[in-house]
Design a protein around this ligand. Structure first.
Ligand code: NAD
Length: 279
């Protein structure tokens, strides 16, 4: 999708981090925006950063709920009549060993990171297919969807799922000769609100991993020392969409770790851990 001007972008997780920066860049391209987040208090903060004259609506949406994402689609089509570029971007990141991750950790994270993307696809892709014009879906996974990271089993499960879901979606759309493209965004650590993702955790899914603390500190440090910014990620993502790239890797050095994982599999080795755990 080379020309974005006048088209409609829908962004989940638009109140912070990558979502906010994508909104600013998409508005700069002359797109109309649908900004969605469970944290509707911080959506006006995104709107305030858009260039003057940008057209947007803000919608409170919990991506883990199918009916909430369907309502987002209804509001999008009621306001703008179309959706061209969907960013299934909202995400959360609990940490801690696999055996002590709580059921609430699993339900919350699978709900937002995986089912959020599933709901986005189910609510928007059929409508995009009816539109019959050029559309594109960007699913935010992570390098944690391409390698396995100690202390991040719940997160990695969701992100590996988003990678394969995106690949399957791409194949399916090709089979149907659809004019809907797909990309999967796989960043490494970037300093965003992800280090405090518990802030939007619903009360009914409270109860974090009792062994999570040392991993939380490690993740905070890794995120805060991220070498590229959320603005860089948004820029690389839009460049990827325009160039028709499927895998959008924002941190090229991580390819060594991906290759190591694939070689471990192909050479029948036990997995080589390239990411340090807590001391
Ligand atoms: P962020 O916390 O700054 O932004 C995430 C946004 O998602 C927040 O505004 C939050 O309110 C929203 N959100 C949380 N639960 C929601 C729900 N149920 N419904 C709707 N919105 C919800 O973090 P970010 O880093 O910008 O994260 C964006 C995406 O990037 C996530 O999918 C994350 O997993 C992924 N990612 C982040 C990094 C990183 O290091 N920051 C690396 C790789 C992938």
């Amino acid at each position: 999708m080379k020309d974005l001007k006048g088209k409609v972008a829908v962004i989940t997780g638009a109140a912070s981090g990558f979502g906010r920066e994508l909104a600013i860049l998409c508005a700069g391209e002359g797109m109309q925006l649908v900004l969605a987040d469970i944290d509707d208090k911080n959506l006006p903060g995104t709107v305030a950063l858009l260039p003057p004259g940008a057209q947007s609506i803000s919608v409170k949406c919990d991506v883990s709920k199918a009916e909430s994402v369907d309502e987002l689609a209804k509001q999008t089509y009621a306001k703008f009549g179309k959706a061209h570029l969907l960013f299934n971007n909202a995400g959360v990141s609990p940490v801690g060993p696999a055996w002590s991750a709580t059921l609430a950790d699993w339900q919350w994270t699978l709900g937002v990171n995986l089912m959020g993307v599933v709901h986005g696809i189910r609510s928007f892709v059929p409508r995009m297919l009816e539109q019959k014009d050029e559309c594109h879906v960007v699913n935010t996974a992570s390098v944690a969807g391409l390698i396995s990271v100690p202390g991040s089993s719940v997160y990695c499960v969701t992100k590996h799922s988003v990678v394969t879901l995106s690949e399957c979606l791409h194949y399916d759309l090709q089979l149907y000769k659809a004019s809907v493209g797909v990309s999967v965004l796989c960043p490494a650590f970037v300093n965003t609100g992800i280090k405090d993702s518990d802030r939007n955790r619903p009360a009914e899914l409270a109860g974090t991993n009792p062994l999570g603390k040392p991993f939380e500190q490690l993740m905070r440090k890794a995120v805060e020392s991220g070498r590229i910014s959320a603005t860089d990620v948004a820029r690389i993502t839009l460049e990827g969409v325009k160039a028709g790239r499927f895998y959008i890797l924002t941190h090229p050095k991580i390819k060594n770790s991906i290759e190591m994982r694939l070689q471990d599999i192909l050479q029948d080795r036990v997995p080589t851990n390239m990411v340090p755990g807590p001391a």
